[in-house]
Design a protein around this ligand. Structure first.
Ligand SMILES: [Zn+2]
Ligand SMILES: [Zn+2]
Length: 304
């Protein structure tokens, strides 16, 4: 990581890194985030390095999925996923803090890191610095380009790939634009059925899931109950998503094979029948908002 990147200002409330000193944070001023009552405050990677550390939290069921946690929590406590497939590894979403120790770990993985992909602007964080330090492309949905705060700072040798609709990151791994929370809000789908079986002489100590999994970030939120999903336009300000946006997300997921789902936070999993749970969650959400879908897939107001 360059000294220049380590000294750039980072918003303490949301973890977004900026290319130069400024007074405000557009991400926090947007109604989907908030400026704390104590006012706008700044840090930097150089400052964080003296007080922060990373903890890797492999999933209890599938160690190929691993949360990267910053301690103590910073920004909105972003916990990116490290996803290790047979054909390469990927970072889904990003955080502000990046340490030399984490760079060392991520650049010596058994399956080399291939890309960083971000679900939406609340996870842009220090992603350009991560992409530079880890020497992998950074995937950002074109529809959210206006929210990417380091456009003025991009150099010729940076590798930012703006994409739309759907983009394959590697064998079995793709990102899908769903909209809703932000226009470019996305999910990552990993089709674990494409993974080769483990070698007979190196079998895992317990069964490894083989079904499809979606990593949903804030696009589709796993409720704290971990039995249902919900949909929010603004999580911190508790503003629900419009029913037609929920139906658009449902449409995007219609043909996707998945059995499990997780949001981008620890302990937010739907471990089984996630596709069925998703359909039931849409019905429950719409009913709570006063709507149902008729036989022609049109929204109809519930008469109560
Ligand atoms: Zn901010
Ligand atoms: Zn968000």
């Amino acid at each position: 990581m360059s000294e220049e990147d380590a000294l750039l200002p980072i918003c303490k409330a949301c973890g977004t890194q900026y290319p130069s000193v400024r007074n405000n944070c557009p991400i926090c001023e947007d109604p989907r985030q908030f400026v704390p009552a104590s006012g706008q405050a700044w840090s930097s990677l150089a400052e964080l390095s003296s007080s922060s550390k990373h903890t890797l939290l492999p999933d209890s069921e599938d160690e190929r999925d691993c949360l990267i946690q910053t301690e103590p929590g910073f920004g909105i406590n972003q916990t990116p996923f490290l996803i290790q497939t047979h054909a390469g590894s990927y970072i889904w979403d990003c955080a502000a803090f990046l340490s030399l120790g984490l760079i060392g770990h991520l650049t010596t993985l058994k399956q080399p890191l291939r890309a960083i992909a971000i679900s939406h602007p609340h996870f842009f964080a220090a992603s350009l610095t991560w992409s530079r330090a880890l020497k992998v492309p950074l995937y950002i949905c074109e529809a959210d380009k206006e929210w990417f705060q380091r456009l003025d700072d991009v150099r010729d040798n940076d590798d930012i790939r703006f994409w739309s609709d759907e983009e394959e990151l590697g064998p079995g791994v793709k990102v899908i634009q769903c909209g809703g929370h932000f226009s470019g809000s996305s999910i990552l789908h990993w089709d674990r059925l494409q993974e080769p079986p483990p070698p007979a002489d190196d079998l895992p100590s317990r069964p490894t899931p083989v079904s499809g999994i979606i990593f949903t970030a804030d696009t589709i939120m796993v409720q704290p109950t971990q039995t249902m999903f919900t949909f929010l336009w603004s999580a911190p300000n508790m503003i629900p998503l419009r029913p037609k946006d929920v139906l658009a997300i449902q449409d995007r997921l219609k043909s996707l094979p998945y059995h499990q789902a997780t949001s981008s936070w620890p302990s937010r999993w739907i471990r089984s029948d996630a596709k069925q749970v998703f359909q039931e969650s849409v019905v429950a959400y719409l009913a709570a908002e006063g709507w149902r879908v008729d036989e022609q897939d049109k929204l109809v107001e519930l008469i109560t």
